[in-house]
Ligand binder design. Structure first.
Ligand SMILES: C[C@H](O)[C@H](O)[C@H]1CNC2=NC(N)=NC(=O)C2=N1
Length: 96
């Protein structure tokens, strides 16, 4: 069962992400990052790879793409907040 990250877990789980370009979204329990690529094809290729992981893990981003930028928001709708699944997908996105 997925749960919202506890206060105790947040430092350990979110700390490294917040140090690598992820930010908390103002006014909701979610994390966000904007990726910038060299081209639309690079951006969309990255989205395609990320989408396959999201589908594999049944955990899906809120995101939008304009040309070479992809704005990502991760939160867990089932628990109305950030869970370990968001951190897992964020870490994967950073490696793709
Ligand atoms: C029914 C389905 O398994 C759920 O709605 C899944 C799908 N993908 C999801 N993605 C995200 N980000 N949060 C969820 O709570 C979620 N739930």
């Amino acid at each position: 069962m997925t749960e919202r990250l506890s206060d105790a877990a947040r430092d350990a789980v979110l700390g490294p992400l917040l140090a690598s370009g992820w930010e908390m979204v103002e006014g909701r329990d979610a994390i966000t990052k904007t990726y910038k690529f060299d081209s639309f094809v690079d951006a969309f290729g990255w989205m395609t790879r990320a989408a396959l992981w999201a589908e594999k893990w049944n955990h899906h981003p809120e995101w939008s793409n304009v040309y070479n930028r992809v704005e990502v928001v991760l939160t867990t709708h089932d628990v109305d907040g950030v869970s370990s699944l968001d951190a897992k997908l964020a870490r994967k996105m950073d490696t793709l």
